[in-house]
Design a protein around this ligand. Structure first.
Ligand code: SAM
Length: 274
């Protein structure tokens, strides 16, 4: 059964308030396809019952479940290739050179989804920068969705998922067979700390400073004031000579002019004053 205009508005307002994700008119189908299964799994029958439940109870577990369901978690290993080339050829060599005395690197993957992006970076570091073995590499990966974080932490992927972007030699080297699936080996998993984090939360906790922040393919879901506020927070936790990556279709232009593009080839930015 379809969702009413009023129910759609209620869900859209709720998702915007909780996660800053904008659901414009025309996205009714998205709410229906995402929340229908949740209603079914929870024995609520229809989306209307689920919405009524949300309205009356403000049940935190249900709210988390609904926000989770409305996030788009599309990702893949070495997604878009070019950002990883830029990390390999310029960003990590420069950072390693500049941090040689302190021997410490701090990385934040801020919309990590099910983990393919941070694990791609971890493999890239292992493969190309063996000198980091004696360094303190702090690697934080966060997402608002508890479900994708649970999967990321386990590091278990289907054959279809590893077929998307993961070169065979890296599969053989860093993954172990886990039934019909593949699990990232424990040494790679232990490089990363996973934490739930809402980029749009009003209180941005003290964190960082980071040498590198990956904020890829998440800003597209937010309105301009939210993007501006998030980029402002990123400026505060990025080291003055650090790097910020956005998704290929995302930019800081007309949102926050304190960032300058680092290359024409991919969406990598640095603070202008650096
Ligand atoms: C399309 S995925 C991008 C994953 C990865 N960065 C990539 O580029 O492949 C977007 C992720 O952003 C997360 N997300 C959406 N709204 C968020 C918010 N307010 N705070 C933190 N993460 C959020 C979603 O849960 C989802 O996993």
């Amino acid at each position: 059964m379809g969702i009413s205009a009023e129910e759609f508005r209620f869900v859209a307002d709720l998702i915007r308030a909780e996660a800053a994700i904008v659901l414009d008119a025309g996205k009714e189908y998205l709410v229906e396809t995402r929340l229908g299964p949740v209603a079914h799994q929870l024995g609520l029958g229809t989306i209307s019952t689920l919405v009524a439940e949300l309205r009356t109870r403000r049940n935190p577990a249900l709210l988390t479940r609904v926000v989770d369901a409305m996030t788009t978690n599309e990702t893949s290993f070495f997604r878009d290739v070019q950002p990883f080339e830029h990390l390999k050829r310029k960003v990590f060599p420069e950072l390693i050179e500049r941090r040689r005395a302190e021997k410490k690197l701090s990385i934040w993957c801020a919309a990590a989804s099910s983990g393919q992006e941070p694990y791609s970076m971890a493999m890239l570091l292992r493969e190309n920068f063996p000198e980091l073995a004696g360094w303190r590499v702090e690697f934080l990966a966060t997402d608002i969705s508890t479900q994708v974080l649970a999967k990321a932490r386990e590091g278990i992927y289907s054959q279809l998922e590893v077929n998307r972007g993961l070169p065979a030699p890296l599969l053989v080297k860093y993954f172990r067979k886990h039934g019909l699936e593949w699990q990232v080996d424990s040494s790679l998993r232990s490089m990363i700390q996973w934490r739930e984090f809402n980029l749009a939360s009003k209180t941005f906790p003290p964190m960082g400073p980071f040498d590198l922040i990956m904020l890829r393919n998440v800003m597209i879901y937010f309105d301009v004031p939210t993007k501006r506020s998030i980029l402002g927070n990123m400026r505060r936790v990025l080291r003055p000579d650090g790097y910020l990556f956005l998704g290929t279709a995302e930019t800081t232009i007309n949102v926050d002019d304190n960032f300058a593009s680092d290359t024409l080839h991919t969406a990598c930015y640095r603070l202008k004053a650096a």
